[in-house]
Design a protein around this ligand. Structure first.
Ligand code: GLU
Length: 375
């Protein structure tokens, strides 16, 4: 379905995050949702899904739709008015997406995030678990910032960076930013006919950032110009995710992409996540294992409660801990699914007993192998 150029970027992408700006979703002449365009994107997303990929959509447009619905005509709104507009617009945005996706047989779900949700580890893990469950259920999660409750200091403010965080959250291999410009140029192409399109950025260095901050800063409507797109690419890149910037104002916005800029990450998404676990996190405690559990980890298994002999420290679910062999050597690090107090109750027992011992279960594994790195 997709162009050859796009196909090669998406070749190994299991999870794709797509961000669409207000200018695409909301018809500028009428101020209402552009149903035909939304249906076109829903069809493209259905094709990606049919290829076995999970797709998360980050959609702006709540503010623009709510502004029209509430009859707020002034060009510049105060913060509380913007938040009111987003509150009124968000259900309209979702109902327009729901109408589009239902025509291609896909279910949708609304996920409203704030910066705290993507920066506090516990909330990050909760959000990730919910989105994973939505994927398992075959839904297309539709993300926006929870504009109604965030204040100026603590908000993302633009959906480009929010989308990059969402891409990182779900371990996307590719983030697609659809906007009104087909990528990065050496200069503003509307003012300088000599401006060169940049198809591939192998390394996001200072010269590229300077380009986005200068002539291209104003390129693109909505909150984010090219500068926020480059900022998004930086976040995504550090999580091993490629960023693709493409023109989205066509009726089948993905399948018609020919020209775009792709900004390559420095490593794979999995490698980036594992190096984050191994390197940047100070362990909050220790889990002492028996020999059998150490062998199981070396064979690529998750850590189950049965192999845990002792727990050191007071840590929370979502913290990074050190995993220690009977010899005292650290064998791995990982992110725990249960708190220290909970693990003290379930250690040495089989996973089947977790629910009766704790009164709840967060899964069979104390540390899932995807959240663990051998050291
Ligand atoms: N969250 C805002 C909205 O839906 C959009 C922010 C942006 O355009 O980047 O209205």
């Amino acid at each position: 379905m997709t162009s050859e150029a796009l196909k090669s970027v998406l070749a190994n992408a299991r999870r794709i995050t797509i961000k669409v700006g207000s200018a695409l979703v909301v018809d500028s002449a009428t101020g209402v949702a552009d149903a035909a365009w939304m249906l076109g994107l829903a069809r493209d997303i259905a094709d990606l899904r049919a290829e076995g990929r999970s797709v998360l959509l980050v959609s702006s447009g709540a503010g623009a739709l709510g502004r029209r619905y509430l009859g707020l005509k002034r060009a510049k709104l105060k913060l509380d008015e913007k938040q009111a507009a987003a509150a009124a617009g968000q259900p309209r945005l979702m109902s327009a997406w729901e109408a589009a996706f239902s025509q291609v047989g896909l279910k949708t779900a609304q996920v409203l995030l704030t910066r705290e949700d993507t920066e506090k580890r516990r909330r990050w893990l909760n959000a990730r678990a919910t989105v994973d469950t939505l994927f398992d259920m075959g839904c297309v999660p539709i993300v926006n910032e929870n504009d109604t409750v965030v204040t100026e200091e603590i908000r993302y403010g633009d959906n480009d960076r929010l989308a990059a965080r969402a891409a990182q959250l779900i371990r996307s291999e590719v983030l697609i930013l659809l906007s009104d410009i087909d990528g990065l140029y050496t200069d503003d192409p509307r003012r300088n006919p000599e401006a060169q399109h940049i198809p591939v950025v192998e390394k996001l260095d200072a010269s590229i950032e300077a380009m986005a901050g200068g002539a291209n800063e104003q390129a693109g409507v909505g909150t984010g110009g090219m500068a926020t797109k480059i900022a998004a690419a930086k976040i995504a890149g550090s999580a091993g995710c490629a960023t693709l910037i493409a023109f989205g104002q066509t009726i089948r916005p993905l399948s018609s992409i020919e020209k775009f800029t792709v900004i390559r990450p420095q490593s794979s998404a999995t490698a980036a996540y594992k190096s984050w676990i191994a390197g940047t996190v100070v362990p909050a405690g220790k889990l002492m294992l028996d020999e059998g559990a150490v062998r199981a980890l070396h064979n690529g298994k998750s850590l189950l409660p049965s192999g845990i002999v002792d727990v050191v420290g007071a840590f929370d679910k979502g913290d990074s801990v050190s995993i220690v062999a009977p010899s005292g050597a650290e064998v791995a690090r990982g992110i725990v699914t249960y708190s220290a107090a909970a693990i003290r109750l379930i250690r040495g027992r089989t996973s089947k007993d977790i629910e009766s011992l704790l009164g709840y279960t967060a899964g069979d594994e104390v540390i899932h192998r995807d959240d663990m790195v051998l050291v």
